[in-house]
Each structure stands twice: as C-alpha cells, then as structure tokens.
Design a protein around this ligand. Sequence first.
Ligand code: GDP
Ligand code: MG
Ligand code: ZN
Ligand code: ZN
Length: 413
Amino acid sequence: MNGALYCPYCYHRFTARQIMFRCTGRPGPTGRRCESRTDPLLAAHTGDTAPRPPAFEADGRKGSARCECQVETTVRICPFCHSQLPTHFGAADSRLIALVGAKESGKTVFMTVLLHELRNRLGESFGLAVMGADDYTRNQFPADYEDRLYTERQLHESTRTAAGTREGRRPLVFSMTLNRRRAFNRSTIDRSLFSFFDTAGEDLRSADSVERNARYLAAADGIILLLDPLQMRGARPLAEPGTPLPEPGGARDDPAGVLSRVTDLLHDAGRTRRGGRIRKPIAVVFSKLDALDGTLPEDSALLRDSPRDAVYDEADGRAVHEEIRALLDKWQGGGMDLLLEQNFERHRLFGVSALGSNPVRDENDVQRVSEYGVLPRRIQDPFLWLLSEFGTISRRDSPRRAAPDNTAAKRRL
Ligand SMILES: Nc1nc2c(ncn2[C@@H]2O[C@H](COP(=O)(O)OP(=O)(O)O)[C@@H](O)[C@H]2O)c(=O)[nH]1
Ligand SMILES: [Mg+2]
Ligand SMILES: [Zn+2]
Ligand SMILES: [Zn+2]
C-alpha cells in the first residue's frame, strides 16, 4: 500500500511517480507551441471534450516537467482519466472522504447543505477553509447546487440527472484545509478532499456503477453512508403527515440491504482477513429526520443542535449513536448495529436533517424548500467525527472540559 494515491475523479490507484503532466500550450523558448485537441481519455471519463494541450509522461514525483516543446508545466494529471489533480494532491496529509447511499436517500441535498454550511457559518468557527478543487466544481457547485437550493429554493429532481446530461459523470471535488496550531506555536495544515460522485440514480446497482462505487469506496479514507429511514418498514408509518415517501425499493434498496452491500464491497476492496474487521471509519447517517421529529422524545439528543466548537464532542456523539441504535429496533432495522459491530472497527450512527422540514410541491409540481427555508440540524456531525478519526480535529472526551489541542492529533490508527 506504500505511497498509493487515488484519483479523486476516477478513483483509480497509482503511485506518485506515475502522475502525468499536461503542457501549458504556451509558446516555448524555441517558438514551438503545442496544439490543443480533445483528450480522448478525459472525454471518455468525464465527458469533457474541450481542446487541451497534450498530456505526457514524466517523473510525477516532481512538481513540474518539461514538455517536448521545451515548455515547463506544473499541471499534473491522473494517469488513468487525465483529470487535472488538485494543487496539493499527493501531500502526505490529504485524505479522501466519500459519500454513498441508495438513490433518493438524500445525498444531493445533504452534500449541498453540508458544503454550504462549511463554506459559511461553520467553516469560520472551525478555521476550516473549503474550496472547489477544480474549475468544474467551482462553477458547477454554486450554480447548479447551492443557488438552486438556497436562491431558487428548488430541489434537484432526480430525473434531471438521468443518463445523457452532463451531470452524474464527473465528481465534484472540494478541498478543505484546516489550520491546526501545534505546540511551540508551530502550525500545520491538514487537507482533506471531499469527492462527491452525484450518480444518476442506479447507484450500487448496475454493474457499471457498482464497479465505480467499489473503486470509490476503496479509495476513500473515510465513508459517509447515507440511509433513508423512510425506506424502513417500521419508520414509514411514523412519518409526519405530508412527508413525500420514497417508493419502496425492495430488499436491495432498503437501508439494511445497502449497508450489507457496502460492507461487502469494502471487504473486497480492503482484502480483509477472514473474520477481520474493516479499519476505515464509516459514518452511518440516517437522513430526513425532520420527518420523524414527532416520534422523538422532547429531550432527544437528535432534536438538539450540535455543539458549535471546533472539536468533536464524544459525549454528544455517543448520545446520538445510542438513540439511533434504539430507533433502529423500532424501525425494524435491528440487525444493522450488529452488522456494523462485527465488520467495522470504527463506526458510528448519526441522525441528521439537511432541510429541517419536508419539502413542498408548488403549483407546477416542482419540489421546493418549505417556507421556513433551509434549516439543517446536525448535518456536520458525521463529517466532524471523520475528521476526529483522522486526527485532524481533536476530540473532547469529558462532557465539560476541552481536551488540549494536540491529544487527539495522533489518534489515527
Ligand atoms: N423531509 C426531508 N426530506 C428530504 C431531506 N433531504 C432530502 N429529502 C427528500 O428526499 C428526496 C431525495 O433527495 P436527493 O438529495 O435528491 O437524493 P439522492 O438521490 O440520494 O441524491 C428529495 O427530493 C426530498 O424529497 C431532508 O432533510 N428532509
Ligand atoms: Mg442525487
Ligand atoms: Zn483519474
Ligand atoms: Zn508542449
């Protein structure tokens, strides 16, 4: 595994030496200039047919290379899909987080709201800077995701991502940097990449997407698995009146089925020893909890806001975990906790609401955010837990006093 890198766009694995370069296309010292053409590999993987200067091989361990035309370039690309790699890609401290789940489980909404919160309110208080890692993400995310939800107050209809549109082929990749102060006033910068592959729907189903999802899971250092409680037999009748219930997807789409499929994919990817457990941390997140608010006790931890500081609060996290565990029995998902226990060294249960209330359909049958606006609850918990598992942020173990900043730093197992 030494030195293995994973492309945040196609999730193939390679070594630093295999990283390729792309010419800048500017005239070189000799006056020669490389021509731009469609890159067939890039087009096949991402649908991007824009003309580009040629890709070429060189020692990828170096930050730059000289093209045939004598121009020096620092544009590094993936040897498998030719996507341009993020600036700090390959730095020892970068980690990849993947978000997976069945269709309609709330992935697009969750990703949009989480990133919005991190880029605005939360990011600042955490000293966390979040940016699109490439031009595509920097353009697409605000226009297609953030503005649609927050300004137009419209939900992405899943049909919009059907095959053939430009969406659903190319992941959105965000880079998050956390400036961490260490002892003796030295500060270090921790980087994580969040790669979100907004699949067209049949995620974890058709052979093609299973293969890609398997690579996605294998590449990830931490996983957020989003599950829809409204797909669970015991929870559906409890939902608030007016809740849009997803069509029952059958055994393959119900949360227990999805969890066990993801578990199998991870065992295969990690070649876990027989009977061994997966070491990657997995946050198992139940979405749309607002639709079940009425069934929770008044003092439920799930109804509280998450703690607001830049540490992961262990006591609060445990309380949420235990509540969801109890709810799983009620929702007829009792076996899930045991499955997690037996297969994952590091796992935790979460309950979130990205929207805060049920969406409503307007006169044109378009789903819209309710009149209250987007009021997320506990949306950042799984993300913060993963960062604390990575040792990027610290963990507060006692309910009251914060742990010194660097105790959790070396927690990475
Ligand atoms: N009540 C409620 N419904 C939600 C929430 N998030 C998503 N939904 C519903 O779930 C549907 C599917 O969400 P979406 O993010 O498109 O799912 P995806 O297919 O996994 O990307 C949406 O159209 C909403 O009706 C939430 O936080 N609360
Ligand atoms: Mg989606
Ligand atoms: Zn790639
Ligand atoms: Zn050149």
